[in-house]
Design a protein around this ligand. Structure first.
Ligand code: PRP
Length: 177
């Protein structure tokens, strides 16, 4: 347990565990797409660190794009309303798109994004998330690649925030109430 400013956090997934898992995820993704070109679409802000590491662990031609979506704001539960904070600026038409997310929690963000991206006519659409929460009320979505399944705890670090803080932590920690 450690204290960081006003936050109390507990170690959960170490830097080494994350890096090892990202390497094997990179291999899985490379094997899946073979030599096809892909677009890795990072969902800001949470995915920025994961995407930076994941794109360096694949061996494929890849374009990197971003979309910004937000629903938690300063809270630790979803507001249920997804806002587009950064519009997609590239065409995804006829491309193999891999959505890169930090966490699949309620599933509301990914459900919104899947619907939104259908209008962009990608050739294929797959999802890679670093963390997959296990909660009974979760919207059921097809997750093609994921790093870790986690229990229903509020996690921070490695891109994940609490009220915009603690994204910079190199490991994933559990925020204490
Ligand atoms: C977080 C996270 C995911 C989403 C997952 O985003 O980065 O995008 O919530 O939660 P869900 O499955 O319950 O929808 P947030 O709204 O906190 O914005 P951020 O990425 O800017 O932190």
């Amino acid at each position: 347990m450690s204290k960081l400013g006003k936050y109390q956090i507990k170690d959960f997934i170490s830097q080494e565990q994350i890096q090892e898992r990202i390497k094997s995820l990179g291999q899985e993704i490379t094997n899946h797409y073979k030599d096809e070109s892909i677009v890795m679409l990072g969902v800001l802000k949470g995915s920025f660190i994961f995407l930076a590491d994941l794109c360096r662990s694949i061996d494929l031609p890849a374009q990197i794009e971003f979309i910004g979506l937000s629903s938690y704001k300063d809270q630790t539960t979803s507001s249920g309303k997804i806002t587009i904070t950064n519009k997609l600026s590239a065409s995804l038409k006829d491309k193999h798109v891999l959505i890169v997310e930090d966490i699949y929690d309620t599933g509301l963000t990914l459900k919104f994004l899947l619907e939104h991206l259908k209008e962009h006519s990608p050739k294929s659409l797959k999802i890679c998330t670093l963390l997959k929460k296990q909660i009974p009320t979760q919207i059921d979505l097809p997750i093609d690649f994921y790093g870790f399944t986690i229990p229903s705890e509020f996690v921070v670090g490695f891109g994940l925030d609490v009220a915009e803080d603690l994204r910079h932590l190199p490991m994933i920690s559990i925020l204490q109430p």
